[in-house]
Design a protein. Structure first.
Length: 96
């Protein structure tokens, strides 16, 4: 399974309904699970991004989950593919 780190920023709509954020996170976890995506962690943060989500799953499933959550209008996301030390070692080992 691939690991992804998604950095979320609240939209105006999302910040207006901030009190619903924990419930929205639970709903996202349930929706992601149906797609075969595991939500490893969700952190609410201070600074440039409002939420950090760590996900595991197949590329297409994770993309579908993030597109769905984005379509609801509460957050915008920037997502990074993350690699473990072992994965990075294999990738570097492939460099000719």
């Amino acid at each position: 399974m691939a690991t992804f780190i998604s950095l979320l920023s609240f939209t105006d709509q999302g910040i207006r309904s901030i009190k619903e954020s924990p419930k929205r996170a639970d709903a996202f976890k349930a929706m992601a699970k149906k797609l075969g995506v595991t939500v490893k962690e969700i952190y609410w943060t201070l600074g440039h991004y409002d939420v950090v989500v760590v996900l595991e799953g197949e590329d297409e499933a994770v993309t579908s989950a993030l597109l769905k959550v984005g379509s609801l209008g509460n957050v915008r996301s920037e997502t990074l593919r993350a690699y473990s030390a072992a994965e990075t070692g294999r990738i570097i080992g492939n460099i000719p």
